[in-house]
Design a protein around this ligand. Structure first.
Ligand code: ATP
Length: 373
C-alpha cells in the first residue's frame, strides 16, 4: 500500500539530450497524489520529452523517476512502459476508427495491464467487460454510446472516449499531452472543463502538458513553467500570475504592461508615479510589470497625467491607448463604450503593488526575444 505522503510521481534531476542538443536540464517535478499539474512552456522547450520519460518511451540521461514510490527509471533500472501503469492521452484522442466506442474503451483495460488484473479474476467474462465499459462511459458522460463508431460522434465526445479508455486502465498517473489542441476554440473550453471535472471526481493524478496560458491557469492545482528545458517556476496558478520570479516568467504567464523605472528601497519611480514593489528588487534601473487589471483611469485629483491617442471598441469593453508624460504608451480597458476623443487629457493610476525586475542587459534582451540594444 502507498504511504500517505508518497507522491504519485517524483522525478528528480532529469536531464536529456538528443545528439548535442540538451532538451531537459536537471528537472525536478513532484506530483502529489490526486492532484492535477500543468507543464506550461513554449514550443520546443521539452514538454513532450518530459512526458515520454515519465511514461517510459524515453530514458533520461541522468536522474530518477519514481511512481508511487517505485523507481521506474534511474541508474540501472528501467521499468518498461506497459509495467508502469502510466496512462497517456495524446493530442488527438487517437481512437481506433475500426473499433466501436466500447471496444476502444475495452482496449484500454486490456492493453495497460491485462484483463485478469483489471478485473481481479482469472478471466474476464464478456459481461464483466461490458459492465466495466459501461461504467467508464458513464463516468465520462457518454452512457449508451458503446456501439457508436468514432466518426459518428463529435470531436469533444471522441476526447471523452479517449479519456474513458485511459481511465479504464486505472493508471497510477494520467499524462495528457495537449489534449484539447485539436478542438476548435469554443469546444476546447467546454471539453477541458468537463475533463478536469471528471479527473477530479475520479481522484486521478494527472499531468497536463500545454502551451495555452488560460488552460494552465484555470485547470490545475499547480503549474510547472518549463523554459528551455528547465523548470523556471513551479507553484499555484495564482502564484505564477501574481509573483513570477523573473521577467521571462511574468511575460509567459498572463499579459503584461511594462514601464521603465528606477528602483530604490522597495519603491520604483515611473511615469505612473512611485509604485511599491511586491517582490524585492535591487536598487537601480528596473522594468515594472503591471497586469492589465491594475491600470485604471484616475480622477481629477488622483493619478498621473496622460493623453488619449486612440480608442478601440470591442463590444464588452473599449481599449483606450494613452501616452504618458515620458512618452511611453500604455492601454487601459474600460467597460462598454468609451467615447474619449483623441487628444483628451486624462489621468491614469495603478491599483495595488507592482512587480519589478532589474532591467535586462543587451544579452538578456536577446534571450527574451527583444532586439539587443
Ligand atoms: P511542442 O510544444 O512544440 O510540442 P515540446 O515542448 O513538447 O514542443 P519536445 O517535443 O519535447 O518539445 O521537443 C524538444 C526538442 O527536442 C525539440 O527541439 C525536438 O526537435 C527535440 N526532440 C524531441 N524528440 C527528439 C528525438 N527523438 N530525437 C531528436 N530530437 C528530438
Amino acid at each position: 500500500m502507498t504511504e500517505v505522503n508518497t507522491p504519485a510521481v517524483a522525478a528528480q534531476g532529469i536531464s536529456k539530450s538528443f545528439g548535442d542538443r540538451q532538451v531537459l536540464s536537471d528537472v525536478d517535478l513532484v506530483l502529489p497524489e490526486g492532484t492535477i499539474t500543468a507543464v506550461l512552456g513554449p514550443s520546443g522547450c521539452g514538454k513532450t520529452t518530459l512526458l515520454r520519460i515519465l511514461a517510459g518511451f524515453e530514458n533520461p540521461d541522468t536522474g530518477t523517476v519514481r511512481i508511487a514510490g517505485e523507481t521506474v527509471a534511474g541508474g540501472p533500472t528501467t521499468v518498461p512502459v506497459h509495467r508502469r501503469r502510466v496512462g497517456l492521452m495524446p493530442q488527438e484522442g487517437a481512437l481506433f476508427p475500426h473499433l466501436s466506442v466500447g471496444q476502444n474503451v475495452a482496449f484500454g483495460m486490456d492493453r495497460a495491464f491485462g484483463m485478469d488484473r483489471a478485473f481481479g479474476m482469472a478471466r474476464a467474462s464478456r459481461r464483466d467487460i461490458h459492465d466495466r465499459v459501461a461504467h467508464w462511459l458513464s463516468v465520462v458522460g457518454l452512457d449508451g454510446l458503446a456501439d457508436a463508431r468514432p466518426h459518428e460522434i463529435s470531436g469533444g465526445q471522441q476526447q471523452r472516449v479517449a479519456l474513458a479508455r485511459a481511465l479504464a486502465a486505472q493508471p497510477r498517473v494520467l499524462l495528457l499531452d495537449e489534449p484539447f489542441a485539436a478542438l476548435d476554440a469554443g469546444l476546447r473550453v467546454r471539453v477541458r472543463e468537463e475533463i478536469a471535472a471528471i479527473l477530479r471526481a475520479a481522484g486521478t493524478t494527472a499531468l497536463l502538458v500545454t502551451h495555452d496560458q488560460s488552460e494552465a491557469l484555470s485547470l490545475p492545482d499547480s503549474v510547472a513553467l518549463l523554459i528551455d528545458g528547465s523548470i523556471a517556476q513551479h507553484g499555484t496558478p495564482a502564484d505564477l500570475y501574481a509573483r513570477p520570479t523573473s521577467l521571462a516568467n511574468a511575460r509567459f504567464v498572463g499579459a503584461t504592461i511594462e514601464l521603465a523605472g528606477s528602483a530604490s528601497s522597495g519603491v520604483v519611480r515611473t511615469a505612473l508615479g512611485a509604485l511599491p514593489v511586491r517582490l524585492p528588487v535591487p536598487d537601480g534601473s528596473a522594468v515594472v510589470v503591471l497586469r492589465p487589471e491594475q491600470l485604471r483611469f484616475g480622477t481629477a485629483t488622483s493619478g498621473e497625467p496622460a493623453r488619449v491617442t486612440a480608442c478601440r471598441f470591442y463590444g464588452a469593453d473599449t481599449v483606450v491607448h494613452v501616452e504618458l508624460t515620458d512618452g511611453s504608451a500604455v492601454s487601459l480597458r474600460s467597460p462598454g463604450e468609451c467615447a474619449l476623443a483623441v487628444g483628451s487629457a486624462v489621468t491614469v493610476e495603478v491599483a495595488g503593488d507592482v512587480l519589478a525586475y532589474p532591467s535586462p542587459t543587451s544579452r538578456q534582451r536577446v534571450a527574451l526575444g527583444e532586439p539587443g540594444r
